[in-house]
Ligand binder design. Structure first.
Ligand code: FES
Ligand code: FE2
Length: 366
């Protein structure tokens, strides 16, 4: 069978994107989203970015090293502001040379003394944390402003702030054809760990290690999540080789979902001591199109091989999920067995990030 025939056959067996999308909650819930690495936006530079159903210009001021995000369409006559120039802390449109401040207001019109200041174009709260740029998005469609209040901050890692942990690597994992809701849904789905994630593989790959399996215990900490914008998932794994459980391989991981899971902090406590913290992020470029990135931190003295193994082990298992996520729909309500995890309870918790659903009846999705 040729490569082309295999490909077309696979397509025939996939749900179409339209059918998949119709089954899901809205695609862009409330929350902080990671846009890109701080390093990729130098002083005085502007970048164009399409995500969350918006066209954005993101720029860094020349002098104060501040980052701004706003609608890329110039509010004057619609040119793309990302094609303009940064002048100190303003962005200048390439079409007629109007200048705008980071809150979306016009600051100067080169050929006129009257600057329309009553209305501003849409701008967004931005935070730069641990070498990444994040933007806050509201799902209710209300017009946003850079200085608006946000319900929670981008999570920080105290050990990075105090210098105990250092940056140890990053992996831009490209795009996945999945909905933003899948990673957090996965957390309540205790039944899939033993089935989909049971094979131990060489880190970063899908090559199985013969006779080796992973056993899981998982628990969502609803008490800690009450009244909060983050949800902890506690995962314990232990390797089983040839039918023998190897206690010294026991690893404890706390996965903290911020918001609906656009930012996930995975704190892995290694059996040898030492901690690796991975920050995994999802940015919806489109409703079923996520840009995924990983960056990670650890103490300087955690051996490179252990860090590679911890991160690569997570990435290998994440790929198993992605294979499923890229071809699935969303069941509301799902058919559950008594021994499934707290899927409906978790949906009740994360509903807070979908203001579009707030007015709909309880039984509506999710
Ligand atoms: S379109 Fe931007 S200044 Fe006119
Ligand atoms: Fe999974």
């Amino acid at each position: 069978m040729s490569f082309l025939t295999r490909r077309s056959k696979r397509r025939e067996t996939q749900y179409s994107d339209d059918l998949r999308l119709a089954s899901y909650p809205p695609p862009y819930p409330d929350g902080w989203y990671r846009l890109f690495r701080s390093k990729s936006l130098g002083r005085g530079k502007a970048r164009y970015l399409e995500c969350l159903g918006r066209a954005l210009v993101v720029w860094r001021s020349e002098d104060a090293d501040e980052v701004f995000a706003m609608s890329a369409f110039c509010p004057h006559l619609g040119a793309n502001l990302a094609g303009g120039h940064v002048r100190n802390d303003r962005i200048e449109c390439p079409f007629h040379g109007w200048q705008f401040t980071g809150d979306g207001r016009a600051a100067s019109v080169p050929y006129s003394d009257t600057v329309p200041t009553r209305v501003a174009t849409e701008s967004f709260p931005v935070q730069e944390v641990h070498g990444q740029i994040f933007m806050y998005h509201r799902g209710d469609g209300a017009r946003q402003q850079a200085g608006e209040e946000v319900p929670y901050p981008v999570p920080r890692i105290p050990e990075v702030d105090d210098g105990t942990f250092v940056f140890r690597g990053h992996y831009e994992a490209g795009r996945s054809r999945m909905h933003i809701i899948e990673p957090i849904e996965n957390a309540a789905d205790s039944g899939h760990f033993g089935h989909l994630h049971n094979r131990l593989t060489v880190p970063w790959t899908q090559f199985p290690i013969p006779r080796a399996a992973i056993e899981y215990t998982t628990r969502l900490d609803f008490d800690a999540a009450r009244g909060s914008y983050s949800m902890p998932l506690l995962v314990e794994t232990v390797f089983n080789v040839g039918g023998r459980r190897l206690e010294r391989t026991r690893i404890k991981t706390r996965v903290m979902f911020s918001g609906v899971g656009s930012i996930m902090n995975l704190r892995i406590t290694l059996p040898t001591g030492g901690v690796v913290e991975i920050v995994q992020t999802y940015l919806p470029i489109g409703p079923l199109d996520q840009q995924v990135a990983f960056h990670w931190f650890a103490e300087r003295n955690v051996p490179r091989l252990l860090v590679w193994g911890a991160v690569g082990g997570w990435v290998s298992q994440w790929r198993n999920d992605v294979r499923i996520w890229e071809e699935k729909g969303f069941m509301a309500p799902p058919m559950l067995s008594r021994d499934d995890g707290p899927v409906m309870r978790l949906r009740g918790w994360y509903r807070q990030f979908f203001p579009e659903l707030a007015a709909s009846p309880r039984e509506a999705r999710p």
